[in-house]
Design a protein around this ligand. Structure first.
Ligand code: NAD
Ligand code: TYD
Length: 357
């Protein structure tokens, strides 16, 4: 049974994944209206959405998901039949420095949206759906073997992961208690255009271009499964429209690699793209103090979304990294515009330098 939303509240649509999602769906579904509610924190950037800012089926509203009055007013003005909820504090290292905003936005903000949706949809005689965007980090840390599945028990280990896990539980509880129709996606590490350069891949590309050292936590042995963001947003659209109610889908790229191997691959790709002999930038790698509670490995079993909903990633790590490096090199102005004093202050707090050594 397919679902055809007519009016969608997208939260956090000015962030990395949300903006890639809107760039995809606003153009592929001209019959659907998309309202983007985003607080424009340090991670939100309207420049990401330039290509669709004048689209007739797109509108931006600046505000917080914690603002219950605003959220209720948006529901009554726009008669949403779907919510796609990306808005979150999303960076593990920031959650270690101060978890407060993570609980506020990720837990309380999700509750506000659930209550508004529940209130608006409780007597609805039309299909409606709450799509909650979550992460593989709620499942904890894997050893060298095995994969997370939708049935893996939750075992979050960072304040970020704990706040996302709490939000996931609330979503499911609203389904069980009030009958709220929801779908959920838990996704592996994304990369691609418009990612804020506090996350590993854009941070490495940026530091490589300007010749700053590349901080690798511990010995770089931790493993992540990387998913190109455009593949992810295609999967999200498939799940929203085609999955059954109250179902959870794990979406991964099936591209596992250690952090050190990934960083070397990135540095070599920047060398190639800038006409330098491959290997020139590897001496920039600097092993630094490990992240506290650093999850060793994440890996997802994405076979259900592939076999039952027919989604497949179009990019492997080699093609995705090459596209990503090209994008960041061609969009140096986008990067420079967001590297303000706030970024430098964060960098100094996290790495003990302003990125220049
Ligand atoms: P991001 O940090 O790039 O963007 C978050 C967006 O939410 C920003 O635009 C920010 O302004 C907005 N926001 C923050 N607090 C808000 C509030 N109170 N009200 C309204 N808007 C607010 O994050 P991202 O990487 O795009 O992640 C999006 C979602 O996907 C998050 O829920 C995250 O947990 C999840 N996720 C991310 C990854 C990843 O690799 N980036 C992987 C799995 C899941
Ligand atoms: P990150 O992009 O923060 O994503 P997550 O913590 O959600 O997986 O980090 C990806 C991996 O890279 C993670 O194992 C931590 C590591 N890392 C570094 O080694 N150095 C860095 O400067 C950063 C930001 C991350």
């Amino acid at each position: 049974m397919s679902f055809f939303p007519t009016s969608v509240l997208v939260t956090g649509g000015a962030g990395f994944i949300g903006s890639n999602y809107l760039l995809h769906v606003v153009r592929t579904h001209p019959e659907t209206n998309f309202i983007n509610l985003d607080a424009l924190t340090y991670a939100g950037n309207l420049a990401n959405l330039k290509a669709i800012e004048d689209a007739p089926n797109y509108q931006f509203v600046q505000g917080s998901v914690n603002d219950a009055e605003l959220v209720a007013a948006l529901f009554s003005t726009h008669a949403f039949d779907a919510v796609v909820h990306f808005a979150a504090e999303s960076h593990v290292d920031r959650s270690i420095l101060d978890p407060t905003a993570f609980v506020s936005t990720n837990v309380h903000g999700t509750l506000v949206l659930l209550q508004a949706a529940q209130q608006a949809w409780k007597d609805a005689d039309y299909p409606c759906r709450f799509h909650h965007i979550s992460t593989d980090e709620v499942f904890g840390s894997l050893g060298a073997q095995g994969h997370f599945t939708a049935d893996t028990p939750y075992a979050p280990r960072s304040p970020y992961a704990a706040s996302k896990a709490a939000a996931d539980h609330l979503v499911r509880a609203f389904g069980t208690t009030y009958g709220l129709p929801w779908v959920m996606t838990n996704t592996s590490n994304n990369y691609g255009p418009f990612q804020f350069p506090e996350k590993l891949i854009p941070l490495v590309i940026r530091n490589a271009v300007v010749g700053y050292s590349i901080p690798v936590y511990g010995r770089g042995e931790n493993v992540r499964d990387w998913l190109y963001v455009q593949d992810h947003v295609e999967a999200l659209d498939v799940v929203l429209r085609n999955a059954g109610n109250h179902s959870t889908w794990l979406i991964g790229g099936n591209q596992e690699i250690t952090n050190l191997a990934l960083v070397e691959m990135l540095l070599d790709a920047v060398d190639t793209a800038t006409g330098k002999p491959v290997g020139t930038r590897r001496p920039l790698i600097q092993f630094v103090t490990d992240r506290p509670g650093h999850d060793f490995r994440y890996a997802l079993d994405s076979s259900p979304v592939q076999n039952e909903l027919g989604w497949r990633p179009k990019h492997d790590l080699t093609s995705g990294i090459s596209r990503t490096v090209t994008w960041y090199l061609e969009n140096a102005a986008w990067m420079n515009d967001i590297l303000d004093g706030g970024y430098r202050d964060y960098y100094e707090m996290q790495y003990g330098s302003r990125g220049m050594n």
